[in-house]
Design a protein around this ligand. Structure first.
Ligand SMILES: Cc1cc2nc3c(=O)[nH]c(=O)nc-3n(C[C@H](O)[C@H](O)[C@H](O)COP(=O)(O)O)c2cc1C
Length: 153
């Protein structure tokens, strides 16, 4: 499947997770297009068969600035081309933020619901309090996602 991966980051951890996930999805036989920062048109032009959104959280439960343009455009237009696609979300956060833990990921998860993207596995929440290697911690989840997509190909 052609998996479009996009990320939102402040300090780069979500980008590291995204690049590592791309490598593992490709190793599992999927084709990936990764957008580090994009608008809606390039994402649609890539003609995704599946979506993987990866974002950290900033402020109090907010999305990083680099993801806001795509998030806003997706919410405003809810493109029909994405409806029904399989997808999933990885959220990065820090449990010391209590109620807003992984708030950015939650926003993305809700957006996927609005878009009609079928989330094939529950959002992965990576806690910066628990790990300094989120990209390797995500491996089992990413491998399971790759398998889910294969089953739907
Ligand atoms: C100013 C600031 C605000 C943050 N706010 C939250 C938050 O509200 N909820 C949360 O779960 N994590 C929060 N975090 C933690 C980051 O999301 C976490 O450290 C993440 O791994 C950073 O990933 P990045 O390098 O991709 O930006 C915050 C971090 C900073 C520095």
């Amino acid at each position: 499947m052609k998996v479009v991966v996009f990320s939102g980051t402040v300090y780069g951890a979500a980008e590291d997770v995204a690049r590592h996930a791309v490598a593992r999805l490709e190793a599992a036989g999927h084709q990936c297009v990764y957008f580090r920062r994009t608008a809606l048109a390039p994402l649609l032009d890539a003609q995704p068969d599946a979506l993987l959104g990866i974002t950290s959280t900033t402020g109090l439960g907010e999305l990083p600035d680099d993801l806001i343009p795509l998030y806003s455009e997706l919410r405003a237009s809810l493109p029909a081309a994405l409806r029904g696609l399989p997808g999933a979300v990885i959220g990065l956060g820090d449990t010391s933020y209590d109620d807003s833990f992984c708030g950015g990921g939650e926003l993305l998860r809700e957006l996927f619901e609005e878009l009609g993207v079928e989330q094939v596995q529950p959002m992965l929440r990576l806690d910066a309090c628990e790990t300094v290697t989120p990209e390797t911690d995500a491996e089992p989840w990413v491998d399971a996602f790759a398998e889910q997509l294969k089953a739907r190909a």
